[in-house]
Structures are given as C-alpha cells and as structure tokens.
Design a protein around this ligand. Structure first.
Ligand SMILES: NC(=O)C1=CN([C@@H]2O[C@H](COP(=O)(O)OP(=O)(O)OC[C@H]3O[C@@H](n4cnc5c(N)ncnc54)[C@H](O)[C@@H]3O)[C@@H](O)[C@H]2O)[C@@H](O)CC1
Ligand SMILES: [K+]
Length: 493
C-alpha cells in the first residue's frame, strides 16, 4: 500500500528530527542525486559530462536540488543552477560551487539552457508552496513545458512544483515530471488527479520520519487486494459466501443487467439474484443467475435503470428498506443515484462518474458542474460523503474513494481503453460481489466498504489490461477476464 501524508503531517514529523540535528536535507539530497545518477546512466551510459540543470526556488526544496547538484558535479556532471529568486539556500549554493557547479540567475536564456540539458531537477517549490507558481518561475515553466518529446528528463524534487500538495489541484503552470523523488512519504497531490499525472513515476525516499496520525490518501496494491479478498474457506457453501441481489436493466437497457450479473458471477459470490424486467435475457446469457426476490447479503442497484421506470424504482425503494433496517451493503449506481435516500450509512457505496456526482451534489444544494468536480475531485467526493453518509467512489481515469472514518483511496490501475460503455456496469457487479462476500465484516467496520471499493477499482483496471493488453477492450471482455485476474492476484503473480 502506498500511503500519503499531508504537508503539515510531514512537517510535524520533521520537526523533532531537525531539532535534534538530524541531517534530513543531506539524506534527501543524496537519495535524489543517486536516483538522478541512475537515470543518467540508463540514458547515456555515464554521469560524467552529463548536463544537469537545477531550477532553484527560494526554500529548502531548492536546497535539496542544490545539494543533489553538488553530488552530481563531484561525479563529473556539468551542473548549472538557475536561481529563480534572489534568496536561495545559501549552504546548498556554496556546496554546488565548491563542487565545480555554477549558480546563475534565471534570465532570458534560462529556458534554452534547460531545454538543452540531459536532466532538469525541478526544485522551485516543495511542501512550503502556497498556491501555484508565480512570476519568473511560472514563465520559465511555461516556456519549458513547450519542449518536444526529445527534451530533457525532468525529475521533480519532492513534488512537481506548483501542484496542490494536499489536494492534487493544479492552479497554474506545472512542469510535468518523468520521475518524482519524494521525501519521507508520498504527498496526497502525487496520488490525486489532476496533479498526479504530472508526477510521472513516484519514488518515496525514507529519510527516517516517524509519521503520526492517519495517512491522508492511500493507494492499494495487489497484495492489499489479496488480503481483502473474500476467499472461501474449505467449509464454505453458497449461502455463507453471500448472495447478491441485482436490480438492473430495463427493456431499453437490457445489456446493463447482463453485464452487472455476469461480472458478479465471475467475481465469485455464493449466488446472484436478479430483479427486473429482463430476467429471460439475463438467464439466457448467465444461467447461474436466480430470478426473483429472496434473502440477500448485499445489493447492486441502478445499472441501466431510469429513475422514471416505475417497477424498477419500486424494487429499489423497497430494497433500500433492507439496507436501512438490516444494514445490507449496497452499490448504488447510475439511475439509482437519483433514488438515494437523504442519509445512508457508509455500507452504501455510490459509484458516480463526475457528471453524476455533480448532479447528486446539485440536488443537495451544492451547485457544481462536471468540470468543477474534475478540477478538485477529492474535495467534492468528500463533500458527497459528508452530505449523504455513503461511501463514495468517483469513477475516472483515476478512481477516488472516500468512506467512513476518513478512509480515502486513489487508484490509477485502469488503461484509458476502459473508458467504454458498460464498464461501469461491470464495476458495479464486481463491487457488489465483494460487498456480499464481506457483508458481516462491513457491518462491524463500515470503513471496510471504502477499501473494498478501491480493491474493485484495482481489479477492474487489471482485468481490462488482461482482456487485451495495450489495445481496445469491451465491457464484456473485462468481465470475462475477471476470474483469471483474481486468481493471479491471489497467487501473488
Ligand atoms: N525541513 C527540512 O529540513 C527538509 C525539507 N525538505 C525539503 O524542503 C521542502 C520544504 O521547504 P520549505 O519549507 O522551505 O518550502 P519550499 O521549498 O516549498 O519554499 C517555500 C517558499 O517559497 C515561497 N513560495 C511559496 N509559495 C510560492 C509560490 N506560489 N510561488 C513562488 N514562491 C512561493 C515562499 O517564500 C516560501 O517560503 C520540502 O518540499 C523538501 O523538498 C527536505 O530537504 C527534507 C528535510
Ligand atoms: K519541486
């Protein structure tokens, strides 16, 4: 699991160490220089003679870049620091000059100089940033961002300068990095859209911080998902494994019912019950599915359901009574989002895309549109959780989940090919099966629903990759790839 911590949490962890004289900046700079040297060796065989340009801002982030530059200069690199501000870290500048590097003010020639480098280290701003880059730094980054594909490698020092460290916002110009070397712990902005895509590969360097309190945003990996998975014990039978009720589809949208039930069956659950008007089609495509009402442990509501479909609406409203009275976990997707009661518990997982989340919030008096949600997704997902009480999973290129007790996840496992009709129906069925398999545990700890939602996003993305690596996928293809994807995850492959 990749955990991230806010800038104030990181500062609080640094304080006692700095007070005790622990050389945190040396550790950070040495680790940074080692990573950069590795990249240079990969790209050009050796560090000696490499052209390294440092973009140096006024704070300690610039200090890290300068000390790392000094290490690289001692290994024979030609290092030039472009000082964006009159104030730069004095000790770092002295170390660089002593090692044979140069410090020059970033003037007109700066962008040209940086574009001709083998590698650029972005040390303009770190966790001390307030707002986006301003002035000369913003102009330089704008000019550099125009560079072609053959431009220098960019390594962000701690974070790409100018991103919202704690919320992932991108308020202005940011130099996209190939690699971000981040110190002590990942920062939320490295995991959250829209900033995350500017960070490139993220490497966390241990500088000995002892981080307290809960992490801000987490990202699950395959091993976490394997631990969360409801693997049936030897004595399992279909009722102990969980029964999932699916209220999905309509004569106009029959495919959603097929996809959601197919995904649930292939994810592995004791039984899938279908409630709706296209049962014949569902059974024809998925004979394992049982039609009609009966006891269930969890629900999927909404794929392919229009809120103006009176019979489906009745079924969903009736099922919500069980969700309230017996605490049955539920996935509330698509058309069912408009049927959500005012307040529910975190055992209900909403799965909107950005447009649906904007509508859900607007219906509750927060008038936002899709673009606003996309610019600050974490903020709006948190608000939707606060307003409804539900666990909220926002679908997108990066999926964000917020649930009980502040549980927050960001998953970026899906290829862009997964943006295709029906993929959401598959996610709903897959997540529903997981909720059914762990319904009792969710009852004990509703924050588990958020972890399971993040796990479903990871499996969904990996199944898409597996369905057709590097190429187009169909929603049905993703569902069909689920059993082997899950088997690989459980085997640690
Ligand atoms: N505290 C430490 O000893 C350590 C700090 N580390 C590094 O230090 C960084 C934090 O250093 P600082 O606290 O000095 O903060 P920064 O290096 O982020 O610089 C903050 C300064 O930049 C200016 N500034 C803020 N927002 C700006 C904006 N939007 N446009 C232009 N200028 C702006 C302000 O003068 C502010 O004081 C970390 O990100 C990390 O790279 C690491 O060396 C590890 C140890
Ligand atoms: K930086």
């Amino acid at each position: 699991m990749l955990l991230s911590w806010t800038s104030s949490q990181v500062r609080a962890a640094e304080e006692p160490l700095l007070a005790a004289g622990v050389p945190l900046m040396d550790r950070a700079a040495f680790a940074l220089a080692t990573r950069v040297a590795g990249l240079l060796r990969e790209r050009r065989g050796r560090v000696g003679g490499a052209r390294v340009v440092l973009l140096v801002g006024p704070g300690n982030n610039g200090g890290d870049a300068l000390f790392a530059g000094a290490f690289l200069a001692r290994r024979g690199a030609e290092v030039v620091a472009l000082a964006i501000d009159e104030r730069i870290h004095a000790g770092g500048a002295a170390a660089l000059v002593a090692a044979g590097g140069r410090v020059v003010p970033a003037g007109r020639a700066a962008a040209g100089l940086a574009s001709g480098a083998d590698v650029v280290l972005d040390g303009l701003l770190g966790i001390g940033a307030s707002g986006g880059l301003r002035g000369g730094a913003a102009e330089l980054v704008d000019a550099l961002a125009q560079r072609g594909p053959a431009g220098p490698l960019v390594v962000a020092v701690d974070v790409p300068s100018g991103i919202g460290i704690d919320d992932g916002e991108v308020p202005g110009a940011v130099l996209p990095a190939d690699l971000t070397v981040t110190f002590g712990a990942a920062k939320p902005g490295l995991l959250l859209p829209p900033a995350a895509r500017l960070a490139g590969r993220v490497e966390v360097v241990d500088i000995g911080l002892d981080l307290a309190g809960s992490p801000s945003v987490a990202r699950l990996d395959a091993a976490d998902v394997a631990e969360l998975w409801p693997v049936p014990p030897p004595e399992a039978h279909k009722y102990t494994r969980g029964v999932l009720g699916v209220v999905a589809g309509a004569r106009r949208y029959p495919g959603a019912a097929v996809l959601a039930t197919t995904a649930a069956v292939l994810t592995g659950v004791g039984m899938v019950r279908y409630l709706g008007d296209v049962g014949d089609l569902v059974v024809a495509r998925r004979p394992e599915v049982v039609i009609g009402v009966g006891r269930v442990q969890a629900w999927v509501f909404g794929p392919g359901v229009s809120p103006d479909d009176a019979s489906q609406r009745r079924r969903i409203e009736h099922a919500f009574e069980g969700v309230r009275e017996r605490g049955e976990p539920a996935v509330c997707d698509a058309g069912a989002l408009e049927l959500l009661p005012d307040r529910v518990g975190a055992h209900v997982v909403l799965t909107p895309h950005a447009g649906e989340l904007a509508r859900l919030l607007s219906d509750r008096g927060e008038h936002v549109d899709r673009a606003t949600v996309e610019a600050e997704p974490l903020r709006w997902v948190r608000l939707a959780h606060d307003l409804t009480g539900a666990t909220v999973l926002l679908k997108g290129a990066t999926t964000i989940v917020v649930g009980a007790q502040g549980a927050t996840y960001s998953q970026a496992d899906a290829p862009a090919w997964l943006a295709t009709a029906g993929a959401g129906d598959v996610l709903a069925g897959l997540l529903g099966a997981l909720l059914a398999g762990r319904a009792d545990d969710i009852h004990e700890d509703p924050s588990l629903a958020a972890a399971l939602a993040a796990a479903a996003a990871l499996v969904h993305g990996r199944a898409a990759d597996r369905a057709n690596p590097g190429g187009p996928v169909s929603a049905r293809g993703v569902a069909v790839a689920l059993p082997e994807t899950i088997a690989d995850l459980l085997a640690g492959a």
